[in-house]
Design a protein around this ligand. Structure first.
Ligand SMILES: [Zn+2]
Length: 311
């Protein structure tokens, strides 16, 4: 049973919107696209493993999806709590061939197109996560062995140089793998497993939202302005107070002003002035901008003689 369900990463909502907001020719556009692709694949892989965990033969296990310990810079994909041990699953949804180089503690992927790509070692990630969980268990007075494994959701991914520190398991064999882990010592009662799970959930401290302009290296002034079509990203024209229209897609867009204001706060800055709002939303004058800003439920603050609106 999951005591913390996995939720879609916030980037899955924002990155497609950033792709529309950033001009197609911008040097960072391919990086945003790649980040979105990786995020989607990663989340898809985790969902696939969650599905398999739900069908685990062993019923008295608890699962925690995506435990974030931001104070320790640690994120754990999945924790399985059993009466005999805790297990960390580091899910990696990469295609092609994975080569674990344990000497340089690095992972190399040869994609299906034959391209070599380097990644942080998932073994190191799993090792860090295990160390962190052991520290937490120490603080909680929990004596439960902690294992870790790297899980590949799909059997089409091939592996070379299997690491020796932790096993690499295919999703298909997860059930069998978990059942094969030795069950030594006295089993913990169910209430104790629930208590440990709750204590871990209390430690969940999400990472702060990414600063997109820093991460993807663009200046807010480079972003496209106006109310963009949700389908094709071109600038739509206003046809009534609340509605815009994209002539390329023949699509009506309602609520485009507040949607676009949200994108300013997500991609440009945590605050906005009347003239920035007027320019970014392509409004006709300062009164129109004032109307939008005062109806958006923002906090207004005066700083150095200038009014700023905060979300
Ligand atoms: Zn369109």
């Amino acid at each position: 049973m999951f005591i913390k369900e996995r939720t879609p990463p916030i980037e899955l909502k924002w990155l497609p919107r950033l792709l529309r907001r950033l001009p197609r020719h911008h040097s960072s556009w391919p990086n945003v696209e790649k980040a979105h692709y990786m995020m989607k694949a990663g989340y898809g892989g985790e969902i696939e493993i969650d599905r398999r965990l739900r069908h685990l033969r062993w019923k008295d296990c608890l699962f925690i999806g995506d435990l974030q310990l931001s104070y320790a810079y640690c994120q754990i994909d999945t924790i399985v709590l059993t009466p005999y041990f805790a297990l960390i699953l580091e899910v990696k949804n990469y295609s092609g061939i994975l080569i674990f180089d344990e000497e340089s503690m690095h992972l190399r992927q040869i994609t299906r197109q034959g391209q070599a790509v380097g990644y942080h070692s998932p073994v190191t990630q799993a090792w860090n996560a295990r160390e962190e969980l052991l520290v937490l268990f120490g603080e909680m007075g929990v004596k439960l062995p902690v294992d870790a494994a790297i899980v590949l959701p799909y059997s089409t991914t091939l592996v070379e140089n299997m690491p020796k520190v932790f096993p690499v398991i295919y999703g298909h064999s997860l059930n069998r793998f978990i059942s094969s882990i030795p069950q030594n010592g006295k089993p913990l009662p169910n209430e104790e497993i629930v208590r440990i799970g709750q204590l871990l959930l209390e430690k969940h401290s999400p990472f702060p939202k990414k600063n997109y302009s820093q991460t993807f290296k663009y200046a807010p002034a480079e972003l496209k302005k106006g109310i963009l079509c949700h389908q094709c990203g071109s600038i739509s024209s206003r046809i009534s107070t609340r509605t815009h229209y994209c002539s390329s897609c023949n699509l009506k867009i309602s609520g485009g002003l507040s949607y676009t204001l949200d994108e300013w706060f997500a991609f440009a800055s945590p605050k906005i002035t009347n003239s920035q709002c007027r320019e970014f939303l392509m409004l006709r004058d300062k009164n129109a901008a004032h109307h939008v800003l005062t109806h958006a439920g923002l906090t207004r603050k005066r700083e150095n003689g200038q009014f700023y609106y905060y979300k």
